[in-house]
Ligand binder design. Sequence first.
Ligand SMILES: [Zn+2]
Length: 422
Amino acid sequence: MRSHGFALLCLCVLLTACATNPMTGRSQLMLVSEKSVIAQSKLAYNNLVSGLEKNSKVNANPIVVGRVQTITDKLVAQAIRYRPDSEQWEWSVKVIDEPDTINAFCMPGGKMAIYTGLIDKLKATDDEIAQVMGHEIGHALANHGAEKMSVGMASGIVMTALGSSRQNRVQPEMAQFAALVAWQLPNSREAESEADKIGIELAARAGYNPDAAVSLWKKMMEATGQQSRFDLLSTHPASPKRMDDLAELVPYMRPLYASTETRPSVPVRVDDGKGKESDEPVVFGGSSLVSTGKDKPLKLVSPVFEKFKLGMAELGCEACVVQFQYKKSRLRELYDRKEWDTLAREVLETDYPQDMTYFYLGVSAEGLGLPAMARIYYSRAAELTQNSRTRCKGALLDDCAGLDVPQAAESALARLQQEWPD
Ligand SMILES: [Zn+2]
């Protein structure tokens, strides 16, 4: 996985077409804009739904539709707190009558669907439906659609370049075809893990039990024997690793689930008696959301960040140098803007051990009012400065981003020693 990610990242740097994931801070290859992917998805969704309507496959049972609608409304109200711009998306959900299909999706831009097979075959509880839909919404929020297309296009460009070395030109049709093919592909394991994290957190904040994330995948696994080709499981292996990772997150989610904070209320829907929702896009952000909408966007709970706050962060990926190089100017910007929370998170995301990265953790901890932890990280930076392999000064391609790290770490340590003596 590492080497695969490494190759993509090289491509990403080469094509200078990287974006920072709006939810996790990870670098993503981005050759197409999210806006264009949202527009394409809307067309695809409308085509799909009109086809299903012709075959009377769109469920109109007010109890079923109302149940799903309530769950997704609550999730969307939370999603907007993480990505306020998604308030402008045309969020909507359909229940598709396919009793044999265990599947659900949320396209870029918020067009969702769930198949009756998932609800009925798994005997899914509200908590479990919230986990599935939260996961799917997670893919949309983290812009995985555009990323997948970009990776497909990039490999298309490379393939075409290889295949037509006589014509010194990339054929745009090939790139488009590659993008279409990529659309059908499963997400990377990294993207899946991101969607899992986002999903369980949205659900917990919306008032759905995080334990259901584990029980859901257990049920999925048990249903493996009877799955069809179109099931969620074909693109989402319910591996023991996946369930272990989710189970590890559960304790961090409990406080969000138990929180008594007022949850944003969701639009009240008027049942027209036919059990059919109107095609009008739902407008979120009514009076109930105004106050939260103006707050700073929420950040995902990260066990790694929690460890950082306890002074226990360890940067351990020496091979992550390319990732770090790519991020270097952004990290310097965050440092200049004193965005300590984001700086720490993104340094932790690079996972690259160097005097400069530990120095950044030090200033972040100090900026966040954690002087004792700051000392731990500054000391580590001062230590790494001693070793030519782990110092930025003199390293290949490295200029310490214009900072005198050894000096800065030493003087910070001296200052903290004075202000907060042992
Ligand atoms: Zn997924």
